[in-house]
Design a protein around this ligand. Sequence first.
Ligand SMILES: [Zn+2]
Ligand SMILES: [Zn+2]
Ligand SMILES: [Zn+2]
Length: 216
Amino acid sequence: MNTDTSDTKTVPTKTPMSCEEFSILMIAGVPQGRDDFPALVRAHMNLHLLSCKYHRSREFTGSALSTPVTAKIASAAEIIISKYRALPIENPAGIEVLEQSETEKTYPCGHSGPESFRINIFGESTDWLKKRPECLKCLITRLNTHAIRCGLCGKSILPGSGVALYDVVLNPEVAKHEDIGTFIDDRTVLGCMRFNCCISGAFFGGNWTEQGYVQR
Ligand SMILES: [Zn+2]
Ligand SMILES: [Zn+2]
Ligand SMILES: [Zn+2]
């Protein structure tokens, strides 16, 4: 059993949002709802939530709701929003935490984290995820490192998935997505095996793994 609970596997961000900044945004923004913040601000807030148990608690949400939005808080919130709205997150898998439980548990990876959660990865939402061998933070770190995108539909290809191979010269509709796809040679890009994506002209060509592409 891994007893190392040090926090070395944090999600990489350039400037993590502080507790104070998060509080100010929530107090200023809760009446309108958190969805009103610009996307990157929300992403930074979600990353803060990953590591802050206090801000995930119902007590905090309640106190933010009952704190009056003074002019001082409103202008402080504007400054924080302009700081984060254009600050990129090093999150190549495009992961956003949609919902997470308040209850925590200790995972086999050695960390404690929300017992269940839903995430959005490249625009697709998962169901509630539980019974995982790793905590939410470790899952996100692993997806950031190992998830790639389908060269045709742009959705995720996770390690352990079968992949289709597309010849971009024979399939010009795939070539449009050259910038997001993963190539195994100069004209073959990997695609997903979703029913509504995998077109004729592709064939099952192997698996995507944590070590990269493995031929069938
Ligand atoms: Zn916090
Ligand atoms: Zn973990
Ligand atoms: Zn696809």
